[in-house]
Design a protein around this ligand. Structure first.
Ligand code: URP
Ligand code: ZN
Ligand code: ZN
Length: 470
């Protein structure tokens, strides 16, 4: 059989091994991974000498084209957002489709499918955010799982807007244990935070940094512990989204030590940024208003340790970009009106490779595990996504582990006017990116096609009972 594409001379890296092998592709699949494959008749030969060949990144937490108010939506649509993801070596996203009050979950998913159709350049799936948990919505979750939407998100924050009470979250967790779905939790104590916010505003403390200071780590830790307790009572798994601090991480560690199927993700912003980022001219701080907020710097080392030890299993981005000019700066002198969220879909692999592998915190295999394999496993896409093996989708990254670059909004591909990491030097660059056997990025140029990304019907999780690493 002649291969359509053959990648030669690279070091193939998966979550479990590093080997010198060629990777052969026919159509949209990897068909062979072995040394010295036949080169005769090959359509395209890609030389990966000096580079790693990685499975494409899997980012399981994004908010692309997400309406926040009637007039403000996150600034990337599915074309610009997924193109930026591709430049950064990510070939799969699982985006959060949000149910409006009174809306069925199916309507929310159809709306998000319409946003992505004709635009996405890489494959995409959806979680569904549940904001209105009626009896019919509980039943609908079974149907969504059957249609490939096998995870849901609930908020323990933002009362009156997004928050579900403990009873509703508990009911959803019970149902998830029956239908095989996974509940992702935004864990912050919304009631207490709302009181702190009102008190800060009344005292005239309205600058951006007060967004962070009114959301203390104990509010995240308390809600994380409560989410884990609710899951334990429901005999369900639970996935804690965007863990930002040591106190919340401790709750996850304790749950896992007790053998509970608790999983957690963190995001690059919590590993690289801190409260010190608010030390900028007052309203520039709006760039760093995201939720959960940035924390005291010492938390970063604890989160890195959690990634190395296996207490945290995933690095996602929570990519939720809003322009500084015209979106974030519209808030006037009031942090409560700043759109929450920041950009990052393009930077994840370089940041985690630099901070994790090159800093000696974990191996290149653990890096692949965190940014690709385990997210694919937890969210029901493995082994189609998240590894390099015969039969897997040919979503691949030829990754140069030596090339350095400086992150800047002037050259990034996200449709947003600032970078959270402006001026930061990182090492590790995707030189060639393939999505299902098509070259979509090569030598800094985009070669993909809008609309070539497909909706991914995901299985119930294959890692639901995974309480330890491996
Ligand atoms: O500030 C953030 N992260 N906005 C996105 C919504 C969320 O809670 O993940
Ligand atoms: Zn959240
Ligand atoms: Zn989010």
């Amino acid at each position: 059989m002649a291969y359509d594409i053959l990648i030669v001379n690279g070091q193939v890296v998966t979550a479990t091994e590093t080997l010198r092998a060629d990777v052969a592709i026919v159509g949209d699949k990897v068909v062979e991974v072995a040394p010295n494959l036949r080169r005769e008749g090959v359509g395209t030969l890609l030389d990966a000498a000096g580079n790693y060949v990685l499975p494409g990144g899997v980012d399981v937490h994004t908010h692309i084209d997400m309406p926040l108010t009637d007039t403000i939506s996150s600034s990337d649509d599915f074309e610009t957002g997924t193109r930026a993801a591709a430049f950064g070596g990510t070939t799969t996203v699982v985006d959060y489709a949000a149910q409006s009050r009174g809306q069925s979950l199916k309507e929310a998913i159809e709306l998000w499918k319409a946003k992505a159709r004709g635009k996405a350049v890489i494959d995409y799936g959806f979680h569904c955010i549940i904001t209105d948990l009626t009896d019919s919505v509980i039943h609908e979750t079974d149907e969504l799982v059957a249609e490939g939407v096998s995870s849901f998100k609930v908020f323990m924050a933002y009362p009156g807007r997004l928050m579900l009470d403990d009873g509703a979250i508990f009911r959803l967790l019970q149902r998830s244990a029956v239908n095989g779905s996974l509940v992702c939790v935004h864990a912050e104590n919304g009631g207490a935070i709302d009181v702190l916010v009102k008190q800060a505003v009344a005292a005239g403390n309205t600058e951006p940094k007060y967004h962070a200071l009114t959301r203390p780590t104990i509010a995240e830790a308390e809600a994380t512990g409560r989410a884990i307790a609710l899951a334990e009572m429901a005999d369900a798994s639970v996935y804690i989204a965007h863990v930002s601090c040591q106190r919340a991480l401790e709750q996850i560690e304790q749950g896992r030590m007790r053998g509970l199927p608790v999983m957690g993700e963190t995001c690059p912003q919590y590993l690289f940024l801190s409260l010190e980022n608010f030390d900028v001219p007052a309203w520039e701080g709006a760039k760093y208003v995201l939720t959960p907020p940035l924390r005291e710097k010492w938390n970063q080392a604890k989160l890195w340790d959690g990634l190395a030890s296996g207490a945290l299993q995933v690095v996602s981005t929570d990519h939720c970009p809003f322009n500084f000019r015209g979106q974030k700066d519209f808030a006037g002198n009031n942090f409560t009106r700043i759109p929450n969220g920041g950009p990052g879909i393009e930077n994840r692999l370089s940041l985690i490779f630099t901070g994790g592998v090159l800093s000696g915190r974990f191996s290149v295999n653990r890096f692949v595990d965190l940014v690709s394999t385990t997210p694919a496993r937890i969210f029901g896409m493995y082994p189609r996504k998240g590894t390099i093996a015969a039969g897997s989708d040919a979503d691949l990254v030829i990754f140069n582990p030596h090339r350095q670059y400086t992150i800047t909004a002037n050259s990034h591909h996200m449709r947003v006017d600032y970078s959270l990491y402006e001026g930061l030097s990182v090492t590790g660059v995707p030189e060639v990116v393939l999505s299902r056997g098509r070259i979509i990025v090569r030598s800094g140029a985009f070669e993909g096609v809008a609309g070539s990304g497909e909706f991914l019907s995901r299985s119930p999780s294959t890692a639901l009972r995974q309480t330890t690493r491996g």
